[in-house]
Design a protein around this ligand. Sequence first.
Ligand code: SAM
Length: 273
Amino acid sequence: MVGFDSPSNLYKKGRKLNYRVLHSHNFKEKHLLIIDDTHKVIFDDFRNVELDEKADLIFADPPFGINFKGNLETYHRMPDALSYVEVPREEYPKFIRDLAEWCYRNLKPNGSMWLVSGWNNLRHVLNAVEDAGFKQLNHVIWKYQFGVFTRRKFVTSHYHLLLLVKDEEDYKFNKPEHYSEDVWIIKRPYHHGEQTAGNELPDKLVEKCIETSSNPGDLVVDPVLGSGTTLKVCLQTGRRCIGIEINPGLEERIKKKLGLNLFRSGNIIGLCG
Ligand SMILES: C[S@@+](CC[C@H](N)C(=O)[O-])C[C@H]1O[C@@H](n2cnc3c(N)ncnc32)[C@H](O)[C@@H]1O
């Protein structure tokens, strides 16, 4: 990946990351992707993992519970996009509650969370975060340039990004510009001819969230990692990172996105089964 510094150069004094895997019945083949001491992916259901060190920032872009798999055919995505694990619509309220509670539990008292949501299940998301104890600081709209064509309703071309904190008197906020508004216009990435996971976020979007709500050296956690966008941004901006992804089939996509082959000769990469 051109333009990457090595993670160890970006954060030389990184503390090791510790976590516990609570259960191990979901997948026969469980594994970790270890990039270095401070950047790891755990392939598991986030509900099976607890962190020993609480996060400074959680970034979560969960499935939207709208039967996304069905949409993949419409989008003409490559077959490996099917590796995206969706949550059935009827299970969504429980899923999003589990996620909100997990995030609250695994966040520092002065930590922040960015939570991405579509509009369809937003009511469940808002109830879940309020009930978990989060305070809503901002409700950012991400406007993207392309939505799926609709005949009898407006084309959806935005997502919601909730900025949540535990303590409204104590949280990090590195204001991006003097007059920072809550509508962000950022283009979606196109990966021509490249096999991608479903619904990858633009690096720029994730970078804006991470740089606003954390500092270099902080621990950022993404419990629904997908293709590894959060991990990539953390490597580029000197944050430590743990990603959790239920689908081990995404390992190849994550490695490609991080450009891991470039680091292979150094002291940085290790894969263990
Ligand atoms: C919307 S995608 C994340 C996309 C990501 N932000 C990116 O840029 O690539 C949501 C991810 O959550 C994963 N997922 C679904 N249920 C999960 C669970 N219980 N634990 C961990 N990951 C889960 C899905 O497999 C999917 O990869």
